[in-house]
Ligand binder design. Structure first.
Ligand SMILES: *[C@@H]1O[C@H](CO)[C@@H](O)[C@H](O)[C@H]1NC(C)=O
Ligand SMILES: *[C@@H]1O[C@H](CO)[C@@H](O)[C@H](O)[C@H]1NC(C)=O
Ligand SMILES: *[C@@H]1O[C@H](CO)[C@@H](O)[C@H](O)[C@H]1NC(C)=O
Ligand SMILES: *[C@@H]1O[C@H](CO)[C@@H](O)[C@H](O)[C@H]1NC(C)=O
Length: 244
């Protein structure tokens, strides 16, 4: 009897832990961030198991992103950027995240000028903030960029690599998945009241409404998670009682 209850307790505990652990999901819509980080939109990128969460404020032309991907090896790197000319690597204004020599996640900016070598540099866009994180084999780049006024779409390019030596990300593979990792991100129908550039936008109210919708998204997925956990708990508890 007692051991039955102990078994039941640990089984339930396992189920709870399993459902609460915030691991990376297979689609961006079920990925969540810490309390004050919310994005209005997300895109499952078509290659390299990568994801982009983003909020575009058309009134200010600011784009906030979280890029998630797994480096090709634990000591590798992940990269995301915007190419002002075409969706190709050369010319991309990019962020590359990796572990520095002390093992601390860092993100640096690179104006990619060649396929062979890269050098850290400022970007043509003003970077309002950036940071990198790593957990459970997934690296995350968070950044806010100031884009030119009336931007509707951007060419985005992303990549993963397996090594960093002397603080320098090494060249990535040229497998099909590595060559497909580029595309166009359509910002025009982003939250915050759409992107009709000709309409006069009230910046104050539009940014407030984008924050609001972000909160609702986070809230409802949290409720869903709690319900799933509760259901699993009741199921196991019920099965346990039947066995007694
Ligand atoms: C990036 O590199 C290209 C080619 O060298 C150069 O023309 C451009 O001015 C650079 N941009 C920045 C922001 O440094
Ligand atoms: C971004 O999210 C908003 C609000 O959920 C939605 O109306 C809009 O269509 C989305 N934009 C894109 C490009 O997915
Ligand atoms: C913008 O919206 C806020 C809140 O609704 C309002 O107080 C403010 O007067 C508006 N500003 C303009 C320029 O319309
Ligand atoms: C979003 O939620 C946080 C706490 O969950 C709250 O402090 C904040 O005021 C909310 N923001 C909006 C715009 O509702």
């Amino acid at each position: 009897m007692a051991s039955h209850f102990i078994n039941l307790f640990f089984t339930s505990l396992l189920v709870l832990l399993f459902h609460i652990s915030p691991s990376t999901s297979l689609t961006c819509s079920s990925q969540t961030f810490s309390a004050n980080t919310r994005f209005t939109n997300c895109t499952d990128l078509p290659s390299l198991k990568s994801f982009l969460h983003w909020t575009f404020d058309p009134a200010k032309s600011t784009l906030s992103v979280a890029f998630l991907a797994s480096p090709a090896s634990p000591d590798g790197w992940v990269a995301w950027g915007i190419n002002p000319v075409a969706p190709t690597m050369v010319g991309t204004q990019s962020f590359i995240a990796f572990k520095d020599s002390k093992g601390v996640m860092t993100v640096k900016t690179y104006n990619l000028t060649s396929y062979k070598s890269i050098a850290e540099s400022k970007l043509m866009y003003n970077v309002l903030d950036s940071k990198a994180e790593s957990a459970d084999g997934v690296m995350k780049i968070f950044a806010t960029l100031q884009l030119p006024a009336n931007t509707k779409t951007v060419n985005q390019v992303w990549q993963v690599g397996s090594a960093v030596t002397d603080g320098m990300p090494r060249i990535h593979k040229f497998e099909p998945d590595n060559l497909k990792s580029k595309g166009i991100l359509d910002l025009a129908t982003s939250g915050a009241g759409g992107g009709d550039g000709d309409k006069k936008t009230n910046a104050t109210s539009s940014s407030a409404s984008s924050g609001q919708s972000g909160n609702e998204t986070g809230g409802s997925s949290r409720i869903l998670n709690t319900e799933t956990t509760l259901f699993a708990f009741l199921l196991f508890f019920g099965v346990g009682l039947l066995q007694l």
